[in-house]
Write a protein that binds this ligand. Structure first.
Ligand code: NAD
Length: 260
């Protein structure tokens, strides 16, 4: 249990990749605070942590589009936990699937607000504690779409490219305080969210849903989708002492679909 006596905040831990990350960190011994807008989903994740691991967890309603609420809730988390060593910025939304000329300003801004500004706000709120303690581990969930274009998904792609920019810049800024900042770039991860993505792509391209799934699977050397646990295990490793000299990186978990 290499994360024993650490305290972790995970955004978007109510389902999908975030839920798997919460379970992975708790399994490694971390006390987990889940921050999300889906209260029922968070309560389920807390139940799973408490029944499947020896660790404890709490959940906090936190809407990343509300900067004042981010500050309020992170203050509350710091009070409740007495400190935070680990932050996993996992929450993200798909944004619109449409040609750029049909994207509205509201859709653009909402995608940026959750996917990039939300990560900035969480880092800004928790960094002073990490710097003061002289230790911190931040993992930002980006995407292989932070490196490659994704047809008809400009806002999402720009937001994930922004996450990689944030990760590199912040890693450079805080390395001297023993705060490591890395990004994980998942490929297509099995689960309900990717089904919605594939449905949107099928509709936009006017091709059958099955064709989009087959293309996604065939697009990787391993011919398969990624599992949420694959991403979670890398997040756990990046927060562990085994990764002390790894910072500023954007690491693909894509079944080999992207190789840079
Ligand atoms: N699923 C994939 O194929 C895939 C691929 C690459 C990257 N990613 C990234 O991984 C992360 C998790 O993806 P997922 O597939 O588990 O998605 P998901 O939609 O299942 O979960 C997203 C989480 O973010 C939360 N969230 C949404 N809006 C929020 C807000 N305003 N404030 C706080 N939380 C909010 C949701 O409630 C949910 O818990 C995202 O950043 C996503 O972009 C996913």
């Amino acid at each position: 249990m290499d994360l024993q006596e650490t305290r972790a905040v995970v955004t978007g831990g109510s389902r999908g990749i975030g839920e798997a990350i919460c379970l992975e960190l708790a399994g490694r011994g971390a006390e987990v605070a889940i921050a999300d807008i889906d209260e029922d989903g968070m309560a389920d994740t807390v139940d799973r942590i408490e029944s499947e691991t020896d660790s404890t967890a709490e959940w906090y309603y936190l809407d990343l589009t509300d900067p004042a609420l981010v500050d309020e809730r992170t203050d509350q988390i710091l009070d409740d936990l007495g400190g935070v060593e680990i932050l996993v910025n996992n929450s993200g939304i798909m944004g619109p699937t449409a040609p750029l000329e049909d994207v509205t300003v509201d859709e653009w801004e909402e995608t940026m607000d959750v996917n990039v500004r939300g990560q900035f706000l969480m880092c800004r709120a928790l960094l002073p504690t990490m710097k003061e303690a002289g230790f911190g581990r931040i993992v930002n969930i980006a995407s292989i779409t932070g490196k490659n274009p994704l047809y008809n998904r400009a806002p999402y792609a720009v937001s994930k490219m922004g996450v990689i920019g944030l990760t590199r810049t912040l890693a450079d800024e805080v390395g001297e305080h023993d705060v490591n900042v890395n990004a994980i770039c998942p490929g297509s991860v099995a689960g309900p969210r990717i089904e919605r993505v594939f449905e949107g792509q099928a509709e936009a391209r006017d091709v059958p849903y099955e064709q989009v799934v087959e293309e996604a699977e065939a697009g990787s050397p391993r011919g398969e989708l990624v599992q949420p646990e694959d991403v979670a295990q890398l997040a756990g490793f990046l927060c562990s002492p085994d990764a002390d000299r790894i910072t500023g990186q954007d690491i693909n978990v894509s079944a080999g679909r992207v190789m840079f």
